[in-house]
Design a protein around this ligand. Structure first.
Ligand code: SF4
Length: 241
């Protein structure tokens, strides 16, 4: 799975514009998570990330290459305790997985992609309400005053995300990046759009869409992303044409 590799590289390049605080994954440091989403009322909110007109970006990428060698949280810009008002916000996740076996077993690859998408929207840190807009690749977060009092920060929330991702057996390494530097968040919007197109095309392919490039609405994506056409035309789902 190398479909996202160029965007992983472009994202890491963009981060060079500001200091990056790298924190190793510490399972014991992971912020407590709830089993379901929590609604934090405005009167209980201590902080809003990516809301109130501030830019917000969210995307997740998978690779089987060695670009991600550690479980780690990267923080670019202010961490939660240092933020005093509404702020720009991006959360980007990079996953190193074992070979998804899309060559031999599309069902298995499909299931893994589905599991990873599930995790993306099903991590519920306590006092940290996530509102996702998958259509526009945005994510807003409302943090409760109680969570602020208990000293929530990105390294703890990031470790909670990493713990959840590592429950998926094919996941080997996870890099979670939180960005509150407005200029960098804005610079990543184009990447988010590309990731979204690749993920949607991949989902359609693994779901068994017909292999007719001449009449396919995904053609622009497949022409641009190395490996996408090979993935589809070389590996059709059995029984589907
Ligand atoms: S390979 Fe062809 S048919 Fe398959 S998604 Fe891409 S453009 Fe469409």
């Amino acid at each position: 799975m190398k479909l996202y590799d160029n965007i992983i590289d472009a994202t890491m390049e963009a981060l060079k514009e500001a200091p990056v605080n790298k924190v190793p994954y510490a399972p014991g440091n992971a912020w407590k998570c709830l089993s379901d989403s929590e609604f934090i009322m405005q009167r209980d909110a201590g902080l809003e990330l990516g809301g109130a007109g501030e830019p917000s970006v969210n995307y997740t990428m998978v690779t089987t290459s060695d670009r991600i060698t550690e479980d780690e949280v990267l923080i670019v810009g202010k961490d939660i305790p240092a933020i005093t008002g509404s702020t720009a916000f991006a959360r980007i996740v990079m996953l190193k997985t074992s070979d998804l076996g899309e060559d031999q077993d599309q069902e298995k690859a499909f299931q893994t992609i589905r599991n990873l998408e599930f995790v993306r929207y099903h991590v519920f840190p306590e006092g940290y309400m996530v509102r996702v807009s998958s259509q526009s690749n945005q994510e807003q977060v409302r943090i409760s005053t109680e969570a602020l009092r208990k000293k929530i920060d990105f390294s703890k929330v990031g470790s909670a995300y990493i713990s959840k991702y590592k429950e998926v057996s094919q996941v080997e390494k996870v890099r979670v990046i939180f960005i509150t530097d407005k200029k960098i968040v804005e610079s990543l919007r184009g990447n988010a759009d590309k990731v979204d197109k690749i993920t949607r095309t991949l989902t359609h392919i693994l779901d068994g869409m017909p292999t007719d490039c001449g009449h396919c609405s995904m053609k622009a994506v497949c022409d641009e992303v190395e490996g996408m056409k090979e993935l589809h035309l070389g590996k059709k789902k059995p029984g589907k044409e």
